[in-house]
Design a protein around this ligand. Structure first.
Ligand code: NDP
Ligand code: 2IT
Length: 458
């Protein structure tokens, strides 16, 4: 059942999509991510259909190398036993050790893990660094848990995860609900169980024990480097523009920091409860204190800036998307912007969307933006700065040295400039002009397919 309206010319592609959909019928996010990529690859697939078919390239691409699911029992502060489900998806290791974050959020399930791991294969290929695609996490909800409960959960999670990871095998990092604190507890437990100091087994570590300067900032900064390149290529000046940023976690905060540095006025940020609107521009120090220090709610911003406004999310579109801005930066979670929301943003005059989150726009929303000449910086390219800097952390760990903030930031900037170039050139090569969504998929696919074909049928 292909739900997408468009005609598929390649019988091979059509069959693969249909079979994969039938096999994974309950995994809607995975199917969404898969279709977005595969449909856009059609021109490349048509060109090489016989070769791909002969080695079942697409069938292998859509099937994870390994799916690991495990029980995570832990004892809460009241002495009650809790049980969560843990995952690690090792999707594709053709280019390097599996690499990708861990997400702790109650919505986590196999479909979400597989969509994230699938996206990660392409994202990691675009970085130009030797990393394969993986993702993991748990349906554990870190909200309202004590520090002790977080530690106990992380330790139990690692008791099982450690059997499946290693610096040359699979290197997890953070994602939603997993930041520096969690990586610290996870690393400590890995070190204790394995009785070895294997710094490169996790990234996003603290600076005292093998972390890299600028990793914390990397995803948000990288997003803005990509945005700057995209606007520049379309003769749009960055300075003086307005922006709204959904989320107020790691990616959102550092996207805001770099946007402000570039002369963009950030009008609004949000969390899952609602958004703050500050017509004078967001006071980022206040947001950092609320989110990074107090682990509080975005609403508390009004205690710092009483002239700002707070809008609670209703049942329809998230409140933040009713605010008018030039640049839209969804940095919270998947499917935040659907077609209805996209229509509002377009009618409000948005000129560019930068996906800081993974798959924050539905496929229909992305198509609508592109049809309406809104530039889209696709997540797998625009938010690749985080994982790229994780790979730089791995390099520093292997060589037992550490680079300065400026060195890492410069490398990150060069990587993002290069990713934009790849997206732009691949789009042009296949006559998609400034459709960077298609460009990113094609550029990444060429690299992955090349590596998979070279390594034979495995
Ligand atoms: P954080 O946990 O630091 O922040 C997530 C933010 O999104 C919070 O403000 C959270 O609000 C908000 N949010 C709103 N709705 C939801 C929802 N339904 N589920 C989860 N969060 C929600 O995560 P990150 O900033 O690290 O990640 C944000 C996005 O960026 C994710 O899509 C992630 O996959 C992607 N990403 C992250 C990278 C990284 O290096 N960290 C790299 C590349 C992509 P609340 O507190 O109310 O839940
Ligand atoms: O989605 C992502 O790219 C991440 N969460 C970061 C992964 C990593 O390994 O740094």
């Amino acid at each position: 059942m292909i739900t997408c309206e468009r005609q598929i010319k390649s019988d091979y592609l059509k069959t693969v999509i249909e079979k994969t959909e039938a096999k994974n019928i309950h995994e809607k996010e995975f199917i969404q991510a898969l279709k977005e990529v595969l449909l856009s690859l059609e021109p490349v697939i048509i060109k090489n259909e016989n070769e791909y078919k002969a080695s079942a390239l697409l069938e292998r691409l859509v099937e994870p190398e390994r799916v690991i699911s495990f029980r995570v029992p832990w004892v809460d502060d009241k002495g009650q036993v809790q049980v969560n489900r843990g995952f690690r998806i090792q999707f594709n290791g053709a280019i390097g050790p599996y690499k990708g974050g861990l997400r702790f959020h109650p919505s986590v399930n196999q479909s979400i893990m597989k969509f994230l791991a699938f996206e990660q294969i392409f994202k990691n290929a675009l970085t130009g660094l030797p990393i394969g695609g993986g993702k993991g996490g748990s349906d554990f909800d870190p909200k309202r848990k004590s520090d002790m409960e977080i530690m106990k959960f992380c330790q139990s999670f690692m008791n099982e995860l450690q059997k499946h990871i290693g610096q040359d095998l699979d290197v997890p990092a953070g994602d939603i609900g997993v930041g520096g604190r969690e990586i610290g507890y996870l690393f400590g437990q890995y070190r204790k169980i394995r009785n070895t100091y294997e710094a490169g087994v996790l990234t996003g570590k603290g600076l005292e024990y093998g972390g890299s300067l600028a990793r914390k900032e990397a995803t948000g900064y990288g997003l803005m480097y990509f945005m700057r390149e995209m606007l520049k290529a379309n003769n749009i000046q960055v300075e003086g523009k307005t922006a709204i940023i959904s989320g107020s976690g790691n990616v959102a905060i550092y996207a805001c920091e770099k946007a402000q540095e570039m002369g963009i006025k950030v009008l609004a940020m949000s969390d899952s409860s609602g958004c703050i609107y500050d017509k004078n521009g967001i006071n980022l120090d206040a947001v950092k204190e609320i989110k990074e220090v107090k682990r509080g709610r975005i609403k508390e911003y009004l205690n710092y800036v009483p002239s700002a406004q707070y809008f609670e999310n209703g049942i329809n579109i998230p409140a933040i998307y009713s605010i008018k801005a030039d640049i839209i930066l969804p940095c919270a979670t998947q499917n935040d912007i659907d077609l209805e929301t996209a229509k509002i943003l377009v009618s409000n005059g948005a000129m560019a969307v930068g996906e800081g989150a993974n798959m924050p726009c539905t496929n229909e929303a992305v198509e609508y933006f592109i049809e309406n000449k809104v530039l889209v910086a696709p997540g797998k390219a625009a938010n690749a700065g985080g994982v790229a800097t994780s790979a730089l952390e791995m390099s520093q760990n292997s060589s037992r040295c550490s680079w300065t903030f400026e060195e890492v930031d410069k490398k990150l900037e060069n990587i993002m400039v290069n990713i934009f170039k790849q997206c732009s050139e691949s789009a042009k090569e296949y006559d998609f002009a400034n459709n960077y969504v298609v460009g990113a998929n094609i550029a990444a696919f060429k690299k992955i397919s090349g590596a998979m074909i070279a390594q034979g049928i495995i």
